[in-house]
Design a protein around this ligand. Structure first.
Ligand code: KG4
Ligand code: ZN
Length: 492
């Protein structure tokens, strides 16, 4: 393990521990969470035994063992310095770190001998855990069962994959997925000076926000008594950022004895159009549909056959569409995030004044936006920065046209290739007025039905995670406290 990896792991461990503290404070009664010092001691011994057994079997876990060991030592020291309560917190976080660090395959192969063979095959899918077939070995205590099929299911969702800390309570019944609360704390101001998301700053900001955000979402969503399960984004995203929301959500689930499931962020985006707020105009897309997800971190097209069957048809080879907006805006000194500013300026510009190339124009559903950034840099190098306000608006209009036309052309191409006349927009770039107008015009021309969800459902939010969690739980999935965050995790 190199120094940089060890450094990163140390940070991740610290964030994970901090997030666990943030989540564990939602126990109905902090003392009921762990009944007395003896119980703590048992947890401590069991957690450390499991951890060091894992470390002994797999060298990769050894460095992790050192970090966890440091926590255990700190725990003992805390008994003398701070008293038993503080020490209990340290032990709890150490156990969670152990849960995080014990090599998953090893654990599952041992805990589920029947599944062991599958785990040794790289890429093999694990048999989904259900309350029936699995007592969730790393879930203490055993979570309470879900409401019966047919009854409403209320899920607390937590999202922290990028630069938004979000929590939401969604009640799923026969009439739809009702958003009871939807709290989003954005970090835009913290990243603005750097012209993009700084992972380390993101993780720290999530840590500060995650407790209060969950607290408000639960309060506004009807209180703890209303919640049947917890879901959190487990990937893809920035690993340090993901860890915070995931770890806090796991701790909340543990403290409250609720079932827990990790959710794919991209699947959440694709299901976002199904979340509804009372009184808000609502049009759910019919299955199957083709969805475009264009945000700061992702740009891809998916086919969705039902709420749990999704397939990627094509994605960007390099930059995401939102990233292209942001990078061009940075070059033009327009601040961060660039998309909304370029959108505003482009509305007053002439898109014919400057033409930028559109990559991969052929019959491919893949995107490439890195060339656009270079083309803008070349243009600025040749002509200098825009001399007038109008020249700036014209430049923005040209850039926006290149991005928007590419997105819509590929989306309609995918719909045609799949023989599916229904498309949906999602991701922060779906806020772009040029994209909305161009997509509406082109879809009308092609006889394709277009659904553009409200903005709250396009940008990162936790309602989509809560709903995706409800879908996963109803399909029989359940995760334990050992669930890892995944920086990359393709849909489907
Ligand atoms: O989905 P999102 O809120 O966060 C993630 O990246 O996951 O998307 C943020 C991205 C940023 O790159 C931002 O510049 C872009 O969406 N964006 C826009 C607009 N509003 C936000 N891009 C173009 N036009 C907009 N109006
Ligand atoms: Zn997103």
């Amino acid at each position: 393990m190199g120094a940089a990896t060890a450094f990163g792991a140390a940070f991740a461990t610290a964030f994970a521990a901090g997030a666990f503290f943030a989540g564990a404070r939602f126990a109905p009664d902090a003392d009921a969470l762990v009944a007395g010092t003896f119980f703590d001691g048992a947890f401590f011994v069991a957690g450390s035994a499991a951890f060091f057994a894992g470390a002994a079997f797999a060298g990769a876990a050894f460095a992790g063992a050192a970090f966890a060991g440091a926590f255990f030592v700190a725990g003992f020291a805390a008994v003398f310095v701070e008293g038993a309560d503080f020490a209990r917190g340290v032990f709890r976080s150490a156990i969670t770190i152990a849960c995080l660090c014990v090599p998953r395959n090893l654990w599952h192969a041992r805990a589920h001998p029947a599944n062991g063979a599958q785990h040794r095959t790289p890429g093999a899918r694990r048999k989904p855990r259900t309350p029936q077939n699995d007592a969730s070995p790393m879930f203490l205590p055993t979570p309470r069962p879900l409401p019966l099929e047919g009854a409403s299911l209320t899920v607390l969702g937590v999202e922290s994959s990028c630069d938004e800390t979000a929590a939401s309570v969604v009640c799923v019944d026969a009439a739809g997925a009702w958003v009871r609360s939807d709290v989003v704390a954005t970090q835009v101001a913290e990243h603005a000076p750097y012209g993009g998301v700084v992972p380390e700053i993101a993780a720290r900001a999530h840590l500060r926000a995650v407790g209060p955000v969950i607290e408000r979402a639960v309060r506004d969503g009807g209180g703890w008594g209303a919640i049947d399960a917890v879901a959190a984004t487990a990937g893809p995203g920035l690993i340090g950022a993901l860890l915070v929301g995931l770890q806090a959500a796991k701790a909340v689930a543990w403290a409250r004895g609720l079932p827990f499931v990790g959710v794919n962020h991209l699947a959440g985006h694709l299901l976002a159009p199904f979340t509804r707020v009372e009184g808000e105009a609502f049009t759910a897309p019919a299955f199957p549909f083709v969805g475009l997800l264009a945000s700061g971190g992702h740009t891809a097209i998916y086919r969705c056959d039902d709420a749990s069957t999704m397939r990627e048809l094509g994605a960007t080879r390099d930059d995401a569409a939102g990233e292209a907006f942001d990078k061009v805006a940075k070059m033009l000194g327009l601040g961060y995030p660039g998309g909304p500013v370029v959108d505003r300026l482009a509305a007053r510009g002439d898109a014919d004044a400057v033409t930028f190339p559109q990559a991969l124009r052929g019959r491919s559903v893949e995107f490439s936006f890195s060339g656009l950034k270079t083309a803008v840099a070349t243009h600025l190098g040749k002509h200098g920065p825009p001399a007038t306000e109008q020249a700036l608006c014209d430049l923005c209009a040209g850039v926006q046209r290149a991005i928007v036309e590419t997105l819509v052309r590929k989306l309609l191409l995918a719909a045609r290739l799949e023989g599916v006349p229904r498309v949906v927009l999602g991701g922060g770039v779906a806020a772009n007025r040029g994209l909305r107008a161009h997509a509406a015009a082109e879809c009308a021309r092609a006889g394709v039905t277009l659904v553009v969800p409200p903005l709250r459902a396009c940008t990162d939010n936790a309602a989509m995670i809560a709903y995706a969690g409800a879908v996963a739980l109803r399909a029989g999935r359940l995760d334990g406290l050992d669930l890892d965050a995944r920086a990359s995790w393709p849909v489907g």
